[in-house]
Design a protein around this ligand. Sequence first.
Ligand code: SD4
Length: 331
Amino acid sequence: MLRRNFLKFLGLSSGSVLMSTSCNNKLDAKKNTLDEFGTIDNKPVIVSTWKHGLEANEAAWTVIDQGGSALDAVEKGVMVTESDPKNTSVGIGGTPDRDGNVTLDACIMNHEGDCGAVAFLKEIENPIAVARLVMEKTPHVMLVGKGAQEFAVQQGFKRKNLLTESSRKAWEEWKKVEEYTTPINIENHDTISMLAIDKDGNMSGACTTSGLGYKMHGRVGDSPIIGASLFVDNEVGGACATGVGEMVIRVVGSHLVVELMRQGYKPELACKMAVERIISKHKSVKGMQVGFLALNKNGESGGYAIYEGFNFAKHTKSGNELIDTPFFHKW
Ligand code: SD4
């Protein structure tokens, strides 16, 4: 076989072969065997954060299974979570800020490096779909607040009240006890971030959240920030984040994970190194959760978190499963 074709068969460029031989954690070429359908055995693949990822993955898998793109898959996948009123940290039913406003952040990135984001968006149930339109229909990457909402309405989205009765009650209870202080971490986090590789081998990613519960009005976290909560480089892989956004932004976490994978580190180890970076750059991470999830171009995935309890859902041809990640600390 010609060297060029042999490298293509392995799914590697000559550059990445040279790179990987110099690292301890080489890309695993063994898994890249062609199966009877001519596809690579661990692709297509979808990974997403937390248990709600299982349901989101099902919707995303339907898109990919029918020949749809990874971009369509991640959008449709995370929209399931956004539209679930029982989920209290994404979309409708999301925990409000300390003044009772549900404000949403989201971003999306495709295999060509195009990206779109919305932040501090109110009264729109599916911010990820608006983020996609920012990417596709504007010359910009991010729209925020009123401008993002006006754009959404122009594009046909309906405004609606996102504060459900149970979220309102929980907020009122919180106010009694917390007396308007700003908690940085009141939960074990539930942002949904998703990465997918479609049948063509292309990768896209999405991230969407209502952000930290009872945050200050106007606060925006990592979730709409390309490079922080999400980064995709189709030649290398993608990464995404959940947890205390301020900590993720400070190290531009997802971009860091992708750059580590570019150097040849496997997804789990790249995530671990990014978590270590966060720990080393903060005086204390006590009680603060951050989890990274990564998927490389070969379809290998892994995650790592500061605290025990982070998991991710992975969907391949063999099914949809929830995987616990390693961590540094027990709660
Ligand atoms: C943020 N990263 O706004 C998000 C929070 C999160 O579940 O993951 N919440 O900082």
